[in-house]
Design a protein around this ligand. Sequence first.
Ligand code: FAD
Length: 472
Amino acid sequence: MSKEFDVVVIGAGPAGYVAAIRAAQLGMDVACIDKWLDLNDKPSLGGTCLNAGCIPSKALLESSELYDRANNEFGDHGIKASKVELDLAQMQKRKAGVVSQLTGGISSLFKANGVKSFAGSGQVVDSGEVLFVGHDGKEDTFTAKNIIIAAGSEPVELDIAPFDGERIVDSWGALEFDEVPKKLGVIGAGYIGVELGSVWSRLGSDVTLLEAVDEFMPIADRDVAKEGLKSFKKQGLDIQLGARVTEAKATKKGVEVKYTQGDESHNVTFDRLIVAVGRRPHTKDLCAKGARVELDDKGFVDVNDNFRTSLPGVYAVGDVIGNPMLAHKGMEEGVAVAEILAGQKPHLNYDVIPSVVYTHPEMAWVGKSEAQVKSAGTEYRVGQVPFAANGRAKALGQQGGFIKMIADAETDEILGVHMIGPYVSELVQEMVVAMEYKASSEDIARIIHGHPTLGETVHETALAVDGRPIHF
Ligand code: FAD
């Protein structure tokens, strides 16, 4: 038996579900195949982001931050809470509730838009042909004018530290601990490592992050990374840079980890170890033998500017086509590919994609770092203003961090904005809009920002680019 559609989407993560909905909005008959099973072996839409990434991590970050603030900051505000106790089971239950509301929401959106959802795996057989294998093992052939691959990514596993789902876990496992590990090791101090490390540190773990690279967060502007490292260390995260793990062995007592740092060798035992060393494209069994979908040298699906793969009528979007591996990048690619199939000419500006690290303080940036601007040989001016000069930040009791704005010295166009501090995940959005419209620092300096808001530091930083801040 075969089923016929205009479009078959493989994968219902942010890239795939958005592509499916947008294609349906544009009048196409759409099937979306996804193989994700939740911890109870039930199909669940939303991919990594909703089930095991962005959403559960942010739910636990929020709960653990509240717990930490109740313990460490309430007193300052004159609030006496005699005994703050952790109920981890309830915290995990709340997180699971947030996830299921959102994953269920995708099912409702599919129904509302007429997207047909199939639980199982999809394999590209040829142009216009997908083999569907349901979770019950039944096979079916789907034919379609176009196929969109949105198969996402999976955690990289290290040979020297294989996952056992118990003591050595990936990022999903790290979101599911049912007790707070006394001593927690994390291999990798990228954004996933520091977010997960922060969650468990706030809940009481003694956390060590082992990062092979000598620099902290090389993708961030150096000033922001330096300030982040200082804050996280102050919070008790033990971040070891230039620490190369050579072996991790799970035993009944814990995980024995060997690592080298410079000339020194170290042995340390953790109760649990999270491996957060990056993600790789999820392409295993994605295409049948002989289906000519080419991959690049890192294993990502190779696409042209219109998301076309080497196989006619087959497109790919999201993590499976490469960096930045972020949900919001994938979603916009999902919209764009559907519009391309409808004959439209969408455009994505990859130079203006915000990045956020949801720690406390948060880090966020958009555009070029100072080092990138310098190495491009562009003359530039910088404004940098601390949140300590902001009334709202003081009232919140969160005056750590700063905003740094880099503008072209000749044209004044904003080239990059880098932030560390309270709610900068939200503040960066103003800069995304500004940069999309090629705003100058003077444009931002001339816009009235509400008082007292954290956004005033954006305004003040723009003034500082021209050397005329008022409050700092
Ligand atoms: P995915 O979300 O990986 O979805 C792919 C889907 O395809 C999956 O459901 C998979 O089961 C399915 N699939 C794969 N192969 C097949 C097949 N052959 N047949 C059927 N189905 C298939 N990004 C952010 O932007 N912000 C964040 O705050 C953030 N936090 C994160 C925190 C963590 C802990 C992690 C791990 C990731 C985080 N990310 C974050 C990254 C984000 O989750 C990914 O960038 C995003 O999920 C990619 O979307 P996608 O649709 O390309 O792929």
